[in-house]
Design a protein around this ligand. Structure first.
Ligand code: NDP
Length: 242
């Protein structure tokens, strides 16, 4: 055990919000397990006491092995940040079905895999926090976002439902729901109109949030005393209208 602070696990730590959150937790002295399919960008962060593992959140076995390896080194997971996600906007009638399948898989099955792997132990220990990354798209609908919104509405429902079920065991389920954040997220969208429209609107409102702002929100919510549960934070650029 190299640090008195407990282990924080972050999925999707190879870019955007996940990478910014890894840096902020590290600055605050937490040992980390960083997970994403690409290992190099996580290692390139150069953070101390940070185990970086190439894990697809859909692969339950490798997800579990990485957790066991990190817990052997740093003690039990006190915080899981379920951040890995994809947004492939488009029209469900014409979109390649593989695209919406991917969103359903990563945004929901991946998130549930994480919960499945840590929740039982947190309940047994009567402590711990799971931070799920929802979205403004988990509260409102947007053009060409139907499937993505569906996954994020589900993240909000799953978070609140499980929170109610484990609150009596002193386990916190926290939903951090960002508005527009400047990351690679929308760049994977193959529908050019949907992708360009996102960036055009971000420009129109003077820019999207920086990922560091969401990282601050995550660390703030987690660092509240265990007796306080920040159930949900919806954090958007001030000029974002919808
Ligand atoms: P990025 O595209 O920058 O980051 C997404 C991360 O998810 C990457 O690290 C990626 O890593 C990882 N990831 C994707 N698929 C998998 C997988 N199968 N297994 C493991 N990791 C995976 O986008 P953001 O930082 O913006 O997104 C982070 C979260 O924030 C998402 O849940 C997103 O829905 C949410 N969000 C983002 C908003 C925005 O405007 N940017 C707004 C609201 C919510 P790799 O490719 O290496 O696997």
């Amino acid at each position: 055990m190299s640090d008195s602070k407990p282990l924080v696990v972050i999925t999707g730590a190879s870019s955007g919000i996940g990478a910014a959150t890894a840096k902020l937790f590290s600055k605050a002295g937490y040992p980390l397990l960083l997970l994403a399919r690409r290992k190099e960008p996580m290692e390139a962060l150069g953070l101390p006491n940070a185990l970086c593992r190439a894990v697809d959140v859909l692969d339950l076995e490798s997800f579990k092995s990485a957790l066991e390896e990190a817990e052997a080194q740093y003690g039990k997971v006190d915080c899981l940040v379920n951040n890995a996600g994809v947004m492939l906007n488009g029209d469900p009638a014409s979109q390649d079905v593989a695209e919406w399948q991917k969103m359903l898989d990563v945004n929901l099955r991946g998130l549930l895999n994480g919960i499945h792997l840590v929740l039982g132990d947190m309940v047994a220990r009567e402590g711990g926090s799971i931070v799920n990354i929802g979205s403004i798209a988990g509260r409102k609908t947007f053009a060409k976002h139907a499937v993505y919104c569906g996954t994020k509405f589900a993240v909000h429902a799953i978070t609140e439902n499980i929170r109610e079920e484990v609150s009596g065991k002193n386990v916190r389920l926290i939903n951090i729901a960002p508005g527009m954040v400047e990351t690679d997220l929308v760049n994977h969208t193959t529908d050019a109109e949907a992708k360009d429209g996102w960036w055009d609107y971000a420009k129109e409102i003077g820019g999207a949030l920086q990922p560091e702002t969401i990282a601050q929100s995550i660390v703030f919510a987690y660092q509240m005393p265990q007796s306080v549960c920040v159930r949900e934070l919806l954090v958007c650029p001030t000029r974002q209208e919808p």
